[in-house]
Design a protein around this ligand. Structure first.
Ligand SMILES: Cc1cc2nc3c(=O)[nH]c(=O)nc-3n(C[C@H](O)[C@H](O)[C@H](O)COP(=O)(O)OP(=O)(O)OC[C@H]3O[C@@H](n4cnc5c(N)ncnc54)[C@H](O)[C@@H]3O)c2cc1C
Length: 497
């Protein structure tokens, strides 16, 4: 079977956020877009679990930089606020340590200063210098580095700026960058913990990434009413309205490439052929190379450092709880738990973990008088892509440790309070979304894997093949892959002009 008119037709493998964004920017430029998604729903890792009135976001639980999504709606002539009610999570994130110290990071400046002053011997100079330097970096990142396809390290370096290069924030670690501003180990550990999502230890990830905690403080944390998946639902409606063809439960098994190294189309697992001169793969980059491209042309990702895998729990709770919306539990052996996670590939000592209680901010997510909780435990990835993740067997051990920690912090939640439970192991995440080595967030953002050093959104050796999503540029997280969708569409327009 042959489908589609090749002229301006683009096939996108996968329907994650990067794909949705690329589709929107491309249809505005006159392309015909078809999305092929192996699952029954769009959204990729930003997916949904529903049961008896409980509604859980499967992956992302917090939204930052809402203007990135506003721009996406605007591209289609729509207003995000007419479609979604964005709730600001005023309480931010509460960090908790085993010695019972806590630190609440919020975008409410008076409250944040009080918290910092309490931990910094009544001094907030460090907070001010941290905010000042990172506001400059943040502007540089969004105005000069993330908004355009930059392949040349020299152009990238010059856009980063001499001052930043001299300050060495790309070459020094996040922890040493934080050390310049803060004395309190609690503040440094809390802000440094953002490195986990970037796929490395705060003692190794570049200091420039202090813009992550800065971004949350300066611009807040958000959630659409109805949860993050409401964003995907609205965008899917708009894709359909704008004539994007969406083929769900349609798994692509091969990107067809001719002997001249040009893309000819796609084949799915039923053997159907789809004729496309341009293909974007939103399947994880390493998986795309390993499974969908003829090995004669594909790249090897064995040596690429990956972000961790995760075990996630979704609990429908019998009673109404009002826990802080976001909590992060950090261990006393902070440094070694990062080393275990990323470099020793061992169960991290002290087991840091994250909880989200979205029904605290939006009671439509659970039946009346009940509530929801999501728990995310980062775990090591596998050494090889075809191995099983041994930590997938540790559901009981991990769950017991979560409740031990709750008990330690007098958090009033027991196993008997749980009415509904779903668990996703690292291997289940891998199978559902074709994730390489069970990595939850894609390839890491170490110095050798950012900007022009990160794998580009265009194939080096196959004409017509492009990439979008967490493992390519600019990086992981919903705002970044959304920007990535815009970048890949610009790349294609540039190539055909
Ligand atoms: C547990 C968890 C929590 C997270 N929390 C946050 C958060 O709070 N905030 C945030 O901003 N980000 C968060 N992230 C990161 C964010 O979810 C991802 O960076 C982002 O969703 C990745 O989007 P993507 O475009 O790479 O596509 P993906 O989500 O990877 O989607 C790719 C799609 O391709 C499909 N596919 C793969 N292979 C094929 C094939 N052969 N044929 C057809 N379809 C195929 C997959 O099924 C999938 O639907 C979280 C991620 C996880 C896992």
């Amino acid at each position: 079977m042959i489908e589609n008119n090749v002229s301006k037709s683009i096939g996108i493998i996968g329907g994650g956020m990067g794909s949705i964004s690329a589709a929107i920017y491309l249809i505005k430029n006159g392309f015909e877009v078809t999305i092929y998604e192996k699952n029954k729903t769009l959204g990729g890792r930003a997916n949904i679990i529903e049961n008896d009135g409980f509604r859980f976001d499967m992956g992302p639980s917090l939204l930052n930089y809402p203007w990135v999504f506003e721009e996406l709606f605007k591209t289609l002539g729509e207003n995000l606020n007419a479609h979604l009610d964005l709730i600001k999570i005023e309480t931010g994130v509460k960090f908790l340590w085993d010695d019972k110290e806590t630190f609440s990071v919020t975008s409410d400046y008076p409250n944040l200063s009080k918290e910092v002053s309490r931990l910094e011997n009544s001094n907030i100079n460090g907070l001010q210098s941290f905010l000042k330097i990172n506001s400059i970096r943040y502007k540089t990142a969004f105005e000069k580095l993330l908004n355009t396809n930059l392949d040349n390290p020299l152009t990238w370096g010059s856009r980063l700026g001499l001052k930043e290069l001299i300050s060495g924030s790309m070459f020094k670690s996040m922890y040493s960058d934080l050390n310049k501003h803060f004395k309190s180990k609690y503040i440094k550990e809390a802000f440094g913990s953002y490195a986990m999502y970037l796929g490395g230890s705060p003692f190794k990830i570049p200091g420039f990434f202090s813009i992550l905690p800065y971004g949350e403080i300066a611009y807040g944390l958000w959630m659409p009413k109805g949860g993050i998946y409401s964003l995907i639902e609205k965008l899917e409606e708009l894709l359909i309205k704008n004539n994007v063809t969406i083929k769900k439960s349609n798994e692509i098994s091969e990107i067809v490439i001719n002997e001249k190294r040009e893309v000819k189309g796609l084949i799915n697992t039923n053997g159907d052929f789809y004729d496309h001169k341009f293909v974007i793969s939103n399947a994880d980059l390493a998986t795309t190379h390993e499974k969908l491209i003829n090995s004669a042309y594909s790249q090897n990702f064995e040596g690429t450092q990956m972000t961790p895998s995760v075990m996630t729990f979704y609990w429908g709770i019998k009673k109404e709880t009002k826990f802080p919306h976001h909590m992060i539990f950090l261990p006393k052996n902070y440094k070694s738990s990062f080393e275990d996670l990323f470099y020793n590939k061992k169960f991290p000592k002290g087991m840091p973990f994250y909880t989200s209680s979205p029904s605290t901010s939006d009671n439509s997510l659970s039946p009346k008088g009940k509530s929801t909780m999501f728990v995310l435990v980062p775990l090591p990835v596998t050494e090889k892509s075809d191995q099983k993740n041994i930590y997938s067997n540790d559901i009981k051990k991990i769950k017991d440790k979560v409740f031990e920690k709750f008990n330690h912090h007098n958090i009033d939640l027991n196993e008997k309070d749980i009415e509904f439970e779903k668990v996703l192991t690292p291997d289940e995440w891998k199978t559902k979304f074709a994730l390489y080595k069970t990595s939850a967030f894609g390839s890491s953002h170490n110095l050798f894997n950012i900007g022009p050093f990160r794998d580009a959104n265009k194939s080096k050796n196959i004409r017509g093949l492009y990439f979008v999503g967490a493992s390519t540029n600019p990086g992981t997280g919903l705002p970044m892959v959304t920007l990535g969708g815009k970048l890949v569409s610009e790349r294609i327009m540039h190539d055909i002009s």
